[in-house]
Design a binder for this molecule. Structure first.
Ligand code: ADP
Ligand code: MG
Length: 343
């Protein structure tokens, strides 16, 4: 079993500026697995932007064109669990040998290898062996290789051997196209004003966009109404109100990216531009104030920055809140998203 999901195809993966390079590279790899210089192909980007869809589509396309090839999709979590079990059962050789038979290895969410030295070591060996034998390796990660903390340098340098392509938030036109395609697949037509409204209102990621469309279709069929602007507005409103305001690192970072309209990549990366540094400092401040995370762990989420950077950020924001009303207001708003009042 290759663990490929048939519905994830290139055909269903709408192209836009946000994913053009990754999509094209993926197609190239699918046409000539192991034979292009895109080996490994590393796709990275924030949550819900289509990483799993795209790397699965590559796998499915390879299966189409080369039915004899052994294509294997595995999440990093599963890979790690299998490895841990292999240690326990004294069957590491069997584990490794299994992976060495693969023609196309697709590993999803490699950021979860971070801090797992033994798993990394074994993956490194498998990687080298497959690569030397001209086998194709496809990886995904939620951040760029340079921002992956807790990863061995030799493994990181392997990740950069081939091609690294990022998926970004879809722009307005791409969001329109994605919504249209999803509705079309269900045989539903909607007016452009509704489309436009949806594309304007949901700017976070494709998964969320999909969620809203599904609710909308459900609402329409329950109430036997057409999908019009009114229904779109009321559906969206009820979704927003229902959303859990659970305090988690992800949710806090998401709140920051959507409030400041900054990319997750940039936020958690090394960019020193003012438009990024300020949101990043606010993010660190919020994580410090709203979670029990140690400073070191907070730094980890921002490309492995050390605790003194976090302390500095927290101090800067505390001071700015006292001297600048607009900063205070911003932080208050962000706290409100989690139903927490700023004291
Ligand atoms: P990630 O792995 O990056 O978190 P997924 O691949 O799970 O994201 O994508 C989330 C959802 O959005 C999936 O249902 C996927 O089919 C859809 N999706 C993402 N990008 C696109 C796209 N460009 N066109 C169509 N659907 C997309
Ligand atoms: Mg995924």
């Amino acid at each position: 079993d290759s663990y490929l999901i048939p519905k994830y195809t290139f055909d269903k993966f709408i192209e836009g500026d946000c994913n053009r390079l990754g999509r094209a590279a993926g197609m190239a790899v699918a046409n000539k697995p192991g034979l292009t210089s895109f080996n490994p192909l590393m796709i990275y980007g924030g949550v819900g932007l289509g990483k799993t869809h795209l790397i699965q589509a590559i796998g499915n396309e390879i299966k189409n064109q080369f039915p004899d090839k052994f294509v294997l999709y595995v999440s990093t979590e599963k890979f790690t669990n299998q490895f841990v079990n292999a240690i326990r059962n004294n069957s590491i050789e069997t584990f490794t040998n299994f992976y060495l038979q693969v023609d196309v290895l697709i590993i999803d969410d490699v950021q979860f290898l971070s801090g797992k030295e033994k798993t990394q070591e074994t993956f490194f060996n498998i990687f080298n062996h497959l690569h030397q034998s001209g086998k194709q390796i496809i990886l995904s990660s939620d951040r760029a290789p340079r921002d992956l903390a807790g990863m061995e340098d030799r493994l990181l340098s392997r990740f950069k051997w081939g091609l690294t392509a990022d998926l970004q938030q879809p722009d307005f036109e791409t969001r329109i196209a994605i919504i249209q395609k999803k509705l079309q697949d269900d045989g539903i037509q909607i007016n452009f004003d509704v489309l436009e409204y949806l594309a304007h209102s949901i700017q976070t990621n494709v998964r969320e966009l999909e969620g809203v469309i599904i609710s909308l279709m459900a609402q329409a069929s329950l109430t036997r109404k057409e999908i019009d602007l009114e229904l779109a507005k009321s559906t969206l409103k009820s979704i927003v109100n229902d959303q859990e305001k659970e305090l988690s690192v992800d949710n806090i970072l998401e709140a920051i990216t959507s409030h400041f309209d900054v990319d997750m990549e940039l936020l958690t990366g090394k960019c020193r531009k003012k438009e990024t540094v300020f949101p990043r400092q606010v993010a660190m401040y919020m994580l410090k104030e709203l979670t029990n995370l140690p400073l070191k762990s907070i730094g980890y989420h921002f490309g492995g920055r050390d605790h003194s950077t976090v302390i500095h950020a927290v101090q800067s924001i505390s001071e700015a809140m006292e001297t600048d009303k607009s900063v205070e207001k911003t932080v208050r708003k962000l706290f409100n998203r989690f139903n927490i009042a700023l004291n």
